[in-house]
Design a protein around this ligand. Structure first.
Ligand code: FES
Length: 334
């Protein structure tokens, strides 16, 4: 079958600029300048995107730069944008993504580009290092044992994260990272959970405090891109939510993220709906006047657009049923 492959080629002579012609949404406005080149390849129906790229490089244009090694979703090196989403080229079938026989591949615009389809993974590795992805066990090995013994159940809890192949797809499509390059990111936070929840680790509390700092675990906005892009089912967002619960239970509540979650839940518990008017001041802190003043331009914009929430907040009918649900699920909102 004949496939049309449109390849985004990175042009080093051009400065970064918005690629308005491709219609990318605002988080990708920093997309580097590219030129798009069309190739036609003849391959079987079951061929992968990586097969097409290798065929182009071998038989049509040897200057095309692609990174790959295992070709079986193990090394994580072939991550790229395929039709606008981060995917592994070696496990993405052409027939699953082609639209009228055409597939577009390019480096993800959220990451710095080295050349063509190869992005610079330095931000990804820096974020991993930031969470200290190793065990810090300061206790001596229990007497009579040659090694630490961990209950099976404790390790089963960590298996999901251990499957991570560090391909970086979750970070490439993370919307929080797209607008805040300092965000620790889904992969690193999932890794952070793996070590925080390990019963051998002796610095759990210190880790939770560090991860609760600005740009840490509360920066995630639940876009779910990391969950849908991960090729190994790690579901980084799930691990972030577990970390948040651990941090709150450990007492790390004096931050905007925890206040935001508490204000959100309290509003729903007490009235059955979100009180958007009080959410922001409660999140930044009721007495944090400078932060509230900084939000005034946004409030005026909302007012102009007719989107300011109602001044008087009303409860929904039978709100006691909502309260009963909160009571039943318990936790910190009992
Ligand atoms: Fe190794 Fe694709 S080539 S994951």
């Amino acid at each position: 079958m004949k496939w049309t492959i449109e390849v985004g080629r990175y042009d080093r002579s051009q400065p970064p600029r918005p690629d308005a012609s491709r219609g990318y949404p605002p988080p990708y406005e920093d997309a580097p300048a590219k030129r798009y080149q069309i190739f036609e390849v003849e391959l079987e129906d079951h061929a992968m995107v990586l097969d097409a790229l290798i065929a182009i490089r071998e038989y049509q244009d040897e200057s095309l730069v692609v990174r790959c090694a295992c070709r079986s979703a193990i090394c994580g090196s072939c991550g790229m944008w395929i039709n606008g989403h981060a995917s592994l080229a070696c496990t993405t079938k052409l027939q699953d993504v082609a639209v009228n026989g055409k597939v577009t591949v390019e480096s993800p615009p959220s990451m710095p580009v080295i050349r063509d389809l190869v992005c610079d993974m330095t931000p990804f590795w820096q974020k991993n290092l930031k969470v200290r992805p190793w065990l810090e066990n300061k206790q001596p090995i229990p007497q009579g044992l040659e090694e630490y013994r961990v209950p099976n159940a404790a390790m089963e809890e960590l298996i999901q994260e251990v499957s991570c192949i560090s391909c970086g797809l979750c970070l490439m499509d993370c919307e929080s990272f797209a607008i805040n390059k300092n965000f620790t990111g889904p992969a690193a936070l999932a890794k952070a959970y793996r070590y925080t929840a390990d019963p051998r680790d002796a610095v759990t509390s210190q880790r939770l405090g560090d991860y609760s700092e600005p740009d840490g675990l509360w920066e995630c906005t639940h876009c779910y891109e990391c969950v849908s892009r991960c090729p190994k089912g790690v579901a980084p967002l799930d691990q972030i939510l577990k970390l948040r619960r651990m941090a709150v239970e450990a007492g790390y509540t004096n931050n905007a993220g925890t206040r935001h979650a508490l204000a959100f839940a309290e509003s729903v518990r007490d009235s059955g709906r979100l009180n958007e008017l009080t959410l922001m001041p409660k999140s930044v802190g009721l007495f944090n006047i400078p932060a509230q003043l900084r939000a005034l331009p946004t409030a005026f914009n909302m007012l102009r657009a007719g989107k300011l929430p109602p001044i008087i907040h009303h409860k929904i009918p039978h709100v006691e049923r909502i309260k009963a649900i909160f009571k039943k699920i318990g936790g910190i909102f009992k």
